[in-house]
Design a protein around this ligand. Structure first.
Ligand code: ADP
Ligand code: MG
Length: 253
């Protein structure tokens, strides 16, 4: 069966600082994977390598069986032209810590922009689909508001709807609740929990151990640019074999 995401031997350095030291990861369709790890361990860089926002110095990523950023040409790998790379990247929906909404667009405009500009949907069709997604994240009533008029939790729910509007095969979340006031975390996790229940394939970098324990099919712990644990939530969270993982978890649990 084709995997949603396969990463093999991913390495990334900035100058002489080796941030990712050869990471392997398989994610099946329908799977929810949570990535935990201390700040600076390379989690964001790994997500950015998966969607080719960063080009790995070594290793390759396949999304739905196609190698990211390259094509085979007479047996040799060649870099994809930018336009086709963008099309590949649009198979991965990305939700960031800091929302990154378009400030000068309404909530509805934020969700329709990608489908209209990249996919060529008509305004009517893009708006109909956007409203259904805003309904799904509980934001339909705010369709004509601007981002500055929303709470952080509301902004993040719009950001999730915006990513879903591109109909990605996989959703990537980079600490989606880390910038939120504590009382707003729950509403965003609830939307993510519903997505997971609906079968969305998700890779979630998070410090929300409760969410990982309850929602993840699998938990990965990264330390210092390496995957130190990769297994079922109960196993990894309750009984990690690795001493540095035990020490990290004892600080966040
Ligand atoms: P995490 O998301 O786990 O906190 P990051 O992937 O953001 O970790 O960062 C891992 C390391 O890589 C950090 O030491 C960070 O300073 C470094 N790093 C990340 N991006 C860059 C960059 N564009 N240039 C230089 N160093 C970077
Ligand atoms: Mg990060």
């Amino acid at each position: 069966m084709t995997l949603a995401v396969k990463a093999v031997g991913i390495r990334k350095s900035f100058g002489n600082h080796e941030v990712l030291k050869g990471l392997d990861l398989d994610v099946a369709y329908g799977e929810v994977l949570c990535i935990l790890g201390p700040s600076g361990s390379g989690k964001s860089t790994f997500l950015r390598c998966i969607n080719h926002l960063e080009i790995p110095n070594g290793g390759y990523v396949w999304v739905d069986g196609a190698i990211m950023g390259y094509e085979l040409n007479r047996g040799a790998l060649q870099e994809l032209p930018v336009k086709r790379l963008r099309a590949q990247q649009s198979q991965l929906g990305m939700v960031f810590q800091h929302f990154n909404l378009f400030a000068h667009r309404t909530v509805l405009g934020n969700v329709t922009e990608g489908p209209m500009v990249v996919r060529g949907l008509s305004r009517a069709e893009a708006e109909a689909r956007a409203m259904a997604l805003l309904e799904q994240v509980g934001m339909a009533a705010k369709a004509s508001s601007y981002p500055s008029q929303l709470s952080g939790g509301q902004k993040q729910r719009v950001a999730i709807a915006r990513a879903l509007a591109m109909e990605p095969r996989v959703m990537l979340f980079d600490e989606p609740t880390s910038a939120l006031d504590p009382e707003l975390v729950g509403e965003v996790l609830e939307v993510m929990r519903n997505l997971a229940r609906g079968g969305t394939t998700m890779i979630v970098v998070t410090h929300e151990i409760g969410f990982a324990r309850e929602v993840a099919d699998r938990v990965v712990v990264m330390i210092d640019g390496e995957i130190r644990e990769n297994g079922a939530p109960q196993q990894v969270l309750s009984n990690p074999g690795d001493a540095r993982v035990r020490s990290f978890l004892s600080r966040v649990l």
